[in-house]
Design a protein around this ligand. Sequence first.
Ligand SMILES: [Zn+2]
Length: 254
Amino acid sequence: MNEFQDQLLTLGDVQDLDRRIDDLRREQAEIPKKLEVIRERIVAAESKYKKRKERLEELDKSRLAKERELEEYEARLVKDNKKLESVANDDIYQKLVKEIAQIKAANDARSDDILILMDKIETEQLGLRKDKAHLDEAKAAIESEARPLKNRLDAIPGETAKYQAERDKMVEGLDRNMMRKYDGLRAQKKGIAIVRVAGRNCGGCNMALSPMLVNKVQRAESMESCPNCGRILYWDEEVRTNPGATPPPPATNA
Ligand SMILES: [Zn+2]
């Protein structure tokens, strides 16, 4: 193995670390979003519970008001019925009879209203119990879902720094021009700048390479790129001769 090939292999390892660091950064950016979703779930459940509770209180107030009204008019009926016994004037008597009939009809309607309200209250009470369970569930999610996410978020910077230090050390001996090309390609090619030749194909875009190019890559005397995707190509003898060795990184896009 010549020195240049050694550099290319090291660059491949640098890329593995860079991709791991990229993954960690993505994870780090995703976690706050996931935490926000959990928080929103609690806020929504809390708001639903509160609104229903208010509705229930309103219904209860209406029921109480109606019951009081009914009581009032029931008392009035008792009074009117008593009055009826002592009235001598026929006109007044007829008027009173009419009034009693009206109050009775109105009280029947009041009783119906109260029944309807009680029915609604019962439904809302059932709903409120469900809303409460839902709210408790959302709150419990803080323990079961948010806690591990927060712990992970705390651990990521340390992990990233470890890989970063490893990477920085690896990069020290690498050719500056090669690094510049690598950095530029990584930015353009979604994180994959250097790829192994797999069989006769580019490990990045899978295009078949000419035998001459494959030969050049194997000799590793100059930096060779895939004519299709532009990625730096290298030959990894170890992978070729030892199938148990690290497989080529999966290249997802050309
Ligand atoms: Zn390619």
